[in-house]
Design a protein around this ligand. Structure first.
Ligand code: HEC
Ligand code: HEC
Length: 197
């Protein structure tokens, strides 16, 4: 290439670089705006649809485990009272706290969510409707549900999920506990509206 031809090429390169910079900046701005415009319902449902909740709110009679939500090992079954069959009760293995040596998660009242509270396979709107339906949610009022969502040990365990048998930390829900609690309260205060989709 002749020396003088750089005079034409260089400005072109500059234009390309500055274009890609401004393009990146606008993508970044759009992403930030998206996060800021997430409604309290969106944030709350990002938690409720997470595997830390759904593994214990399955559609069938067996809990699920792990990041891939495989069916619980050792043939663990729901049993008549959701605490397992007589020979294999949940609390035989699950204590009030995580056992990080054995990789067994734990929290008070560890048991399977009743059949009427199955969330597996439901859309977020269906989960929210089921949660507010007293014929399915254990006869709870909105106030009871807010209390359960923001204070119950089985729910809050999701932010301290411990490690699995291989010693790998379990994934936490994508929204922080504080932000989630704030979102639940804001959603309920504004009338617990469930969007149509
Ligand atoms: C024989 C012991 C044993 C019994 C009984 C047992 N579990 Fe487990 N459970 C485990 C172990 C071990 C793990 C951890 C597996 C891992 O993450 O590697 C586990 C994991 C789980 C998880 C996965 C948490 C997550 O999000 O990854 C749920 C949910 C669960 N058990 C529910 C139950 C329920 C409900 C019962 C009773 C119906 C029960 N388990 C009975 C040993 C048991
Ligand atoms: C170890 C199992 C377990 C885990 C993990 C779990 N739940 Fe539950 N959940 C239950 C059980 C059992 C009940 C029924 C308790 C009752 O009726 O007293 C229940 C009931 C509920 C209810 C009230 C009933 C309804 O349908 O509205 C809500 C809300 C709820 N869970 C939310 C959550 C959320 C949110 C998470 C995750 C952040 C979660 N749960 C994780 C076992 C679990």
């Amino acid at each position: 290439m002749k020396k003088w031809s750089w005079l034409f090429v260089l400005p072109f390169i500059f234009i390309c670089i500055s274009y890609s910079h401004s393009h990146l900046a606008s993508i970044k701005a759009a992403t930030q705006q998206e996060t800021a415009s997430e409604s309290p319902f969106d944030k709350m449902m990002q938690v409720l649809t997470h595997k830390r909740c759904v593994n214990c709110h399955p559609a069938g009679d067996r809990p699920h485990q792990g990041e891939d939500s495989h069916v619980h090992r050792f043939e663990v079954q729901r049993g008549d009272d959701n605490h397992g069959v007589p020979a294999l009760r949940c609390h035989t293995c699950h204590q009030d706290d995580n056992n990080d040596y054995a990789g067994v998660p734990g929290a008070p009242e560890w048991s399977l969510a009743p059949v009427s509270m199955a969330w597996e396979g439901l859309t977020r709107v269906e989960i929210a409707r089921s949660m507010l339906d007293p014929t399915k949610n254990g006869g709870r009022s909105l106030e009871d549900i807010v209390h359960h969502l923001t204070e119950h040990a089985l729910v809050l365990w999701a932010w301290e999920p411990g490690v699995d048998a291989a010693g790998n930390p379990r994934e936490k829900p994508p929204v922080s506990k504080e932000e989630y609690i704030e979102a639940v309260l804001a959603w309920a205060d504004a009338g617990a509206h469930i969007p149509a989709e």
